[in-house]
Design a protein around this ligand. Structure first.
Ligand code: FES
Length: 102
């Protein structure tokens, strides 16, 4: 059964920024998209770059290693060299907590 788990506080992540959060053995890239939060797997499908450290532009994050782009809402790949998307997680805000469904 899936459950929501706290991964950060709303105050941790200003609009336009991302961060990497470790939870239950996974690394999640969490982004603040103009006040709404999105979470995808942190590991780029090209060669394992940390997507949570990439630049956020609109709804897309650019992998800091070789520039592949992923949609932070859906995890879909938008630009090579990656050719496979990443998992996207459901996110909700519960009071001052950001929670994702695992
Ligand atoms: S590791 Fe992400 S584009 Fe190469």
């Amino acid at each position: 059964m899936s459950e929501y788990m706290k991964i950060a506080s709303v105050s941790d992540l200003p609009p336009g920024q991302g961060k990497v959060v470790a939870v239950q053995g996974r690394e999640i890239a969490l982004f603040n998209l103009n006040g709404s939060f999105c979470a995808i797997d942190n590991t780029c499908t090209h060669a394992g770059g940390p997507l949570g450290e990439g630049m956020l532009e609109g709804e897309e994050v650019e992998c800091p290693w070789h520039g592949a782009r992923f949609n932070v809402k859906t995890g879909a790949v938008c630009n090579p060299p990656a050719d496979e998307g990443v998992t996207a997680y459901k996110v909700r805000v519960n009071g001052s907590d950001i929670e994702i469904e695992l």
